[in-house]
Design a protein around this ligand. Structure first.
Ligand SMILES: [Zn+2]
Length: 409
């Protein structure tokens, strides 16, 4: 068994030990696995992520400890990034990355406070904890959670932080632990339990690294709350992460407010107003387009003469899109039952629209299909209304001329 030094002192950043076993790097794991007789490195477990740091010996340069995990037999394995594996029996000095450890202690101890606050105020038990590189989260067993409850929990949790309560570690028997009443019954059959005692606030069994006083957590900031079956997930950040997150939020809001030349607190109102303006402008645009299509349809029909009781209007646009020519075709056949519209658009995807009044003898759907496939495109539709795309704008005039020839034949 590895003697876990962090059980007794979470602030031990340097320790001496001896390499008891080395598993050289293999193809499946590019890092050497190193076992020590004792370690202050925390291995990934219980939702908390591992420490990183260095192993230093007199014969070798500092070896980077990139990952630490628990082996199946319960020992701690340190994964080393080095060309050559260190040798068994080597005396080493272990050095923990202190900034990373401090951050983990802040997040993890903050979680104890937060979980206890959710129980105390609203009887919502924590079922799991996740620590990520950016944010942490707890999953709560509750059918629902209100924004007001989130705020109240955040307030209480930060009060506990500000009161700078002591965080003590006790080793007790299972029986004693039961008598003391833990927040959450531990899932272990070990005889001895490690209890984390936040002065008059929370008592829970845990093997992680913790601060010595709640003030060292710094602050607890609750973020996204989302439904995850069967309960709810609450995202949070503590300590320096809370400051960084608040800073990033502020910069984001400032950038948004700058676009409106307003104050950050007015951003939601201004975004709402902008969306309404866009909606109104888009509606007005649609209305104008419909009017324009109506007038254009009348003009085209007036300048086209009938032949064989049909008015075949052939026209292409370089500055109008498919939506417009479709609208134009509809207006045209509504204004004149004898109209056959053969229209092209070169704005965006090169497109064709063919339309006529119901009951006309030509099958425009079949005609369009034939014309577009002959010009490297595809499309289709009904007998009376069809549309399709062409491979390039340069083909529009040719395709329309082919279609007109067929219609007039
Ligand atoms: Zn803990």
């Amino acid at each position: 068994m590895t003697d876990r030094l962090y059980y007794h002192d979470s602030f031990l950043y340097e320790f001496e030990g001896e390499i008891t076993e080395v598993v050289p790097a293999a193809e499946i794991n590019a890092r050497h696995g190193v076992y020590l007789d004792r370690t202050a490195f925390y291995p990934t477990s219980g939702g908390q992520i591992h420490d990183t740091g260095w192993l230093s010996s007199s014969s070798q340069e500092k070896l980077r400890v990139a990952e630490v995990s628990e082996a199946e037999d319960g020992r701690v394995v340190h994964y080393i990034e080095a060309d050559k594996a260190p040798e068994r029996g080597t005396r080493i000095l272990g050095i923990i990355d202190p900034a990373r450890r401090r951050d983990h202690m802040q997040q993890h101890s903050g979680q104890h406070v937060l979980s206890a606050a959710f129980i105390r105020l609203f009887n919502m038990p924590t079922v799991s904890f996740h620590m990520g590189d950016e944010a942490c989260s707890i999953d709560l067993e509750t059918p629902g959670i209100q924004p007001r409850q989130v705020e109240e929990v955040e307030l209480l949790a930060n009060q506990i932080v500000q009161e700078n309560r002591t965080v003590e570690v006790h080793f007790v028997t299972q029986q004693t632990a039961q008598d003391l009443g833990l927040r959450k019954p531990p899932r272990t059959d070990k005889d001895e339990l490690r209890l984390i005692d936040i002065e008059n606030f929370d008592l829970s069994a845990c093997g992680g690294t913790h601060v010595a006083n709640t003030g060292q957590i710094g602050s607890i900031l609750l973020r996204k709350v989302e439904k995850v079956r069967p309960g709810w997930r609450v995202e949070f950040v503590c300590g320096q992460r809370a400051v960084k997150t608040a800073r990033r939020d502020y910069l984001t809001l400032t950038e948004a407010a700058g676009l409106f030349s307003g104050h950050i607190w007015d951003v939601p109102q201004q975004v709402k107003k902008s969306l309404e303006d866009v909606k109104a402008a888009s509606k007005a645009g649609e209305h104008l387009l419909a009017e324009l299509a109506e007038l254009e349809a009348a003009r085209l029909l007036a300048e086209t003469s009938s032949a064989n009781q049909r008015k075949v209007v052939v026209r292409s646009y370089t500055d109008r899109d498919l939506t417009f020519i479709r609208l134009l075709a509809q207006k045209m056949i509504r204004q004149d039952a004898s109209a056959v519209a053969l229209l092209g658009s070169g704005l965006g995807q090169a497109s064709l629209v063919f339309a006529q009044t119901k009951g006309s003898p030509i099958d425009l759907g079949a005609l369009l299909k034939e014309i577009v496939s002959a010009n490297g495109g595809k499309g289709g539709g009904s007998r009376d209304m069809a549309q399709g795309g062409l491979a390039s704008k340069e083909l529009i005039e040719k395709a329309l001329a082919q279609a007109a020839a067929k219609v007039n034949s």
